[in-house]
Design a protein around this ligand. Sequence first.
Ligand code: PNS
Length: 159
Amino acid sequence: MNRAVCPGSFDPITFGHLDIIARASTHFDQVVVSVLENRTKASMFTVAERIAMIEETTKKFSNVVVTSWHGLLVDFCKANDITTIVKGLRAVTDFDYELQMAQVNLQATGVETMFMATAPAHSFLSSSLVKELAHYGGDVSTMVPPAVHAALKLRAEGK
Ligand code: PNS
C-alpha cells in the first residue's frame, strides 16, 4: 500500500491543513495524519482534542486516518511502513526550515518529503495566527472548520 503521512502539530487544524490532506489523499492509497510534538511551540489544545477535531473534519475522506506519535517523525514512518512525508509550503519563509527537516529525515532514514504548494487562498494562514485572532475575539470562521471554530470560542472563554 502506498501510504503517506501528513505530520504537524495541528494546534488546531485549519483549512490550509485540510486542503493539503484532501489533495494528498488523491495521490496515495492512504494518508495518515499524525499529530506530533513541536518542541518550539506551546499548545492550546491537548493531543486528544486535536485528534478529535481532525477526525471530525476529515471523516469525509475514506482513505484518511488520524493518529499521534511521541518522538521522531522518521521513527513514526518506520513503525508504520510509510516512505513519504507530505508537507504544505505556504511561502518562501517556510522553505529554509522545511528543507532542513526534509534533508535530515532523508539522510537519517531515506524517507522522502514531498512538498505541495498551498492554495493561494490559504497562503497567509497558520494555526498561530488563528489562535491569536481567536484569543482577541477576531472572526476566524473562514479559516477553520466549524468544529474547530466552536472549540476556539470555548477556549477563548476559558472553557
Ligand atoms: O505543524 P508544525 O508545528 O510545523 O509541525 C512540525 C512537526 C511536528 C512536523 C515537527 O516538529 C516534527 O517532525 N516533530 C517531531 C520530532 C522530529 O522528528 N523532529 C526532527 C525534525 S528534523
